[in-house]
Design a protein around this ligand. Structure first.
Ligand code: FAD
Length: 450
């Protein structure tokens, strides 16, 4: 086994780890990045499947994601807008299908008023929350000890309104049932994007994509780090030496360094052995974060047939199997691509089926939005991140009920020479590439400042 010496070793070559290494290298520090997989990019992964270019992981960029936007321009990577001409489709809980253009769902007057009222309440609460320290809100504990589901039901007796509002944070973002996380965790999700209204505005939150794919951000950062990025090197042990330095042991390579940045999702922290063990507080904290579950479904067609029908490809239905669908056609592609999402308990149900039955159910659900032609794609693929050893869910990790107010303040606290960086411990950009980059930069800057 090779033993090398560096100033800082980074565990994980996702956007967070690579940004940390890039920031340190730019300041003249020597680095080594150890990545478990045989590729960089982590939860961003752009690949050709059966002849179709697909964004298997993270892909969208919103206007508030300034860390990502400035990196894109630094790396010379272009973006393009998501197709959004024409009508969207809303599937009501009773299955009624309505085409609409407005910014809000075409529900009954009463439900629309209720959605607006809940949105206002949420926007006002979110405005009081510091995304980087939601635990500092005066009512943090109270809001963290009621589930988002119960909080919504306490505010409103209109089920359709509660589900429509809940969809944007539960199935749509944290990819957990609304009964399993707190109102405070929901407020953090919204605050991390600037407001709750931003989350409900797909033209904001799903604004643009990266030409060549989101993974090219990580590929470009890794290319400039060259031989300092080591693939196929899962880190097994982080040993703190008596003098304060660290020895980081992976398969194939061991790095001796002054500091280490662990840039992996929190549910994977415990895959690494720490010698001596982490403090009690981290042992406890880390057990309260878990990954959501979502199936990202890709269906490619010879043409974007929905456009000819005056449809944008956008569809929502809180009770539908596929609760969101969008036109995901690639830049300059003549074929049409749809992307749909099946989250949390609906994903459990589907994973209990065999692949053929699952495909049939999913395509039937997309056809309810966009018509029978959706049933016969030329390429069909399901992103299954929960089966990936080095991710174990999607999109990211969040706290259980009460966890955020109880442990949040220590999420990013270093343990001696061990620092943490990941989108799932971010405030602004939480669970997004932008937040990963922010956390990578912050960890590097705190090392540089010391
Ligand atoms: P990761 O990307 O998870 O990278 C962590 C890296 O650490 C991985 O490469 C992993 O292999 C490695 N690793 C883990 N354990 C070890 C170990 N012991 N030793 C060495 N290496 C290890 N974000 C957006 O901004 N927009 C979107 O549209 C969007 N959509 C998404 C859709 C899906 C299906 C998924 C899964 C994610 C999506 N995201 C999106 C989220 C975004 O991809 C993540 O927030 C981002 O990739 C997190 O970066 P990270 O570096 O913090 O972690």
């Amino acid at each position: 086994d090779t033993v090398i010496e560096r100033d800082v070793v980074v565990v994980g070559a996702g956007p967070a780890g690579l940004m940390a290494a890039r920031t340190l290298a730019a300041a003249g520090r020597s680095v080594a990045v150890l990545e478990a997989r045989d590729r960089v990019g982590g939860r961003t992964w752009s690949d050709v499947i059966d002849g179709a270019f697909l964004e298997i992981g993270g892909q969208w960029v919103s206007p508030d994601q300034t860390e990502l936007l400035s990196l894109l321009s630094e790396l010379g990577l272009g973006t393009y807008p998501r197709y959004r001409e024409g009508d969207a489709v809303y599937l009501a809980p009773d299955g009624t299908r309505t085409r609409y253009q407005a910014a809000t769902f075409p529900t009954s007057e009463k439900t629309t008023a209720e959605i607006d009222r809940l949105t206002t309440i949420l926007d006002e609460l979110v405005a009081e929350i510091d995304p980087d320290a939601p635990w500092k809100h005066p009512r943090a504990r109270e809001l963290d000890t009621i589930s988002f589901q119960h909080w919504l039901r306490r505010e409103s007796a209109d089920d359709e309104a509660c589900d429509a509002v809940g969809l944007f944070i539960a199935g749509g973002m944290l990819t957990k049932p609304a009964h399993s996380f707190s109102a405070l965790q929901a407020l953090l999700m919204a605050a991390s994007a600037g407001s709750f209204s931003h989350l409900t505005d797909e033209n904001f939150i799903l604004d643009r994509r990266v030409i060549g794919g989101m993974q090219s951000v990580s590929l470009a950062m890794a290319a400039s780090l060259g031989a300092d990025v080591h693939l196929g090197t899962p880190v097994r042990t982080i040993r703190r030496e008596p003098g304060g330095s660290v020895t980081v042991v992976s398969d194939h390579i061991t790095v001796r360094a002054e500091q280490v940045i662990v840039a992996v999702p929190p549910p994977l922290y415990s895959r690494i052995s720490y010698e001596p063990p982490l403090p009690r507080r981290q042992h406890q904290l880390h057990q309260h974060l878990s990954m959501g579950l979502v199936i990202k479904v890709h269906a490619v067609y010879e043409t974007p047939f929905w456009r000819a029908d005056g449809l944008s490809g956008t569809g929502f239905g809180s009770q539908s199997l596929v609760q969101e669908v969008y036109d995901n056609t690639n830049h300059g592609d003549t074929r049409g691509t749809l992307v749909g999402f099946v989250a949390d308990e609906k994903a459990d149900q589907l994973f209990a089926l065999d692949p053929a039955a699952r495909r049939e159910r999913i395509l039937a659900s997309i056809a309810e939005f966009l018509g029978e032609q959706a049933l016969n794609p030329v390429v069909y693929y399901e992103s299954d991140w929960a089966s990936e050893e080095w991710t174990r869910g999607a999109y990211g990790a969040s706290f259980d009920l009460g966890g955020l107010s109880r442990y949040g303040a220590d999420l990013r606290t270093p343990v001696g020479p061990i620092h943490w960086a990941c989108s799932d411990i971010a405030g602004a950009g939480f669970q997004h590439v932008d937040g990963a980059l922010r956390m990578g930069r912050a960890a590097a800057e705190s090392i540089l400042a010391a």
